[in-house]
Design a protein around this ligand. Structure first.
Ligand SMILES: [Fe+2]
Length: 466
């Protein structure tokens, strides 16, 4: 991997129109190093990795405003810590807010602090709007761009994700550090908006600049998936594996994409092999169980017996996050793991806790949970209990709202699959005919999908028009 080592000092940032209130060149350089690792999804060992870089930022200048914005903003965006229950994170935010009053704090830094404050209150969309407003005046502020992107992703907002990059791209010079990463960020927004050809062109430009730009590799992975080119996807991801797997912030997710191709083509043993050898070890290391749960759930849709032990392992690993309710998409996978590991009592408690979350809290995730997350959770339980007609009735009214649960089109597809499986298994003939409609619409969107063909064959054997 080609690593950057010429970090920007105070003057270099100022020359790019991004003045910092700090006078510490060391703090500015470490900020650059931190930002580089964030957009590259990797740990720079020469800098001691992300944690050491963050620590160094604070030591270089304890009042470094942009450093506090980066660390607090990013922690909030990691959706792993509930600020309402974490004293340390709350203290960090409170301190950050006091920095707004410093006479030296710049207009740009003040806007950042406002966005982080709003984000901490649960308003992802509002925070993204503040970062967008900031980008009008400071289009090369990569932290603002990245934090806005992360929140669009959590909200399933593909068009803003795409346009956000398009708006600032012409303001960047190819010689500006980290310029190449804009291609991957744009590519993902294009892909999620259905512009697959344009997305691939952008992703490949990003990879031409930096083969280790795993966000560009990832955008390509999505393109192969959504255009039904599973064999091409396997070839590309396998041939470039050494380029992207060193990006430890994204490797588990890219392996998940690779496994998905194998599920599609019916090579379940290979998919399970990737699960055991690549996804699970990373999941145990990070304690982030969502990709792993998603893959097991999809394999079980295909009739693969993954075994209760695998689910139990995920259930135990994800336990600290089971009642946090920071992201609807994640919560659904925690409920899934509880159900499949036969902790029905816990799944019930999770859903009760989700109801309390809806009642007591506010913000975007709270609204989405109420609107679509809760009915989907209830559908998971109904499906698990063999109450397929009830699962269909819960999913049908919210099917076009799945997008609001965030994550990507490929990720949310498992809820479309849940809907189809529930409709196929429902004892009601009307639901089986609904399954046929859903499969027809699925086929129209993606011609080459063996998974859809297998489900259609299963349905055809049921004489649903009799
Ligand atoms: Fe993805």
């Amino acid at each position: 991997m080609t690593r950057r080592c010429n970090w920007r000092d105070c003057q270099a940032w100022k020359d790019e129109g991004l003045e910092f209130s700090t006078t510490s060149n060391e703090a500015c350089k470490l900020y650059d190093a931190a930002l580089t690792q964030i957009v590259g999804f990797y740990q720079d060992k020469s800098m001691g990795g992300m944690d050491q870089t963050f620590k160094g930022l604070k030591e270089a200048d304890p009042e470094f405003v942009m450093g506090h914005i980066l660390t607090t903003g990013l922690t909030l965006c990691s959706v792993s810590i509930d600020i309402k229950k974490d004293e340390q994170l709350q203290k960090s935010l409170d301190y950050l807010v006091t920095l707004k009053e410093k006479p030296t704090t710049t207009h740009r830094e003040t806007k950042h602090i406002e966005a982080v404050q709003v984000l901490a209150d649960g308003y992802m969309s509002k925070a993204a709007n503040i970062w967008e407003d900031l980008l009008v005046d400071y289009p090369t502020d990569l932290l603002a761009l990245k934090l806005a992107q992360i929140n669009y992703y959590y909200l399933g907002q593909s068009i803003p994700m795409r346009d956000s990059i398009a708006r600032v791209f012409p303001h960047w010079k190819p010689s500006t550090p980290l310029y190449g990463y804009l291609y991957g960020m744009h590519a993902f927004g294009l892909e999620e908006s259905g512009m697959y050809a344009e997305a691939e062109i952008a992703a490949n430009k990003g990879l031409a600049i930096n083969p280790n730009d795993c966000w560009s590799s990832h955008a390509n992975a999505h393109c192969f998936e959504m255009t039904g080119r599973h064999d091409n996807g396997i070839q590309f991801m396998t041939e470039t594996e050494n380029d992207w797997k060193i990006c430890d912030g994204l490797a588990d997710h890219i392996y998940w994409h690779l496994a998905l191709y194998y599920v599609e083509i019916g090579n379940y043993s290979k998919a399970l092999d990737i699960y055991d050898s690549e996804i699970l070890p990373r999941c145990l290391n990070s304690t982030y169980t969502v990709h792993a749960a998603s893959l097991l759930y999809r394999l079980e849709f295909e009739g693969v017996k993954v075994g209760k032990e695998r689910w139990q392992q995920l259930y135990e690993t994800g336990e600290p996050s089971h009642f946090k309710h920071l992201l609807v998409y994640n919560d659904l996978h925690y409920v899934m793991a509880a159900l499949r590991s036969e902790h029905q009592d816990v799944a019930k408690a999770q859903i009760n806790s989700i109801r309390e979350f809806i009642r007591d809290r506010c913000g975007d995730q709270c609204d989405v949970m109420k609107e679509v997350g809760l009915p989907v959770c209830e559908a998971l339980v109904a499906y698990e209990n063999g109450e397929y007609a009830q699962a269909v009735d819960l999913l049908n009214p919210v099917r076009y709202k799945f997008v609001n649960m965030g994550a990507s089109n490929a990720q949310r597809d498992e809820f479309q699959q849940l809907f189809i499986h529930a409709a196929i298994n429902s004892p009601e003939k009307h639901h089986k005919r609904l399954a046929r409609s859903l499969l027809l619409e699925r086929k129209a969107l993606r011609e080459n999908t063996p998974l859809t063909d297998r489900l259609t064959d299963r349905l055809l054997a049921m004489n649903i028009d009799d």
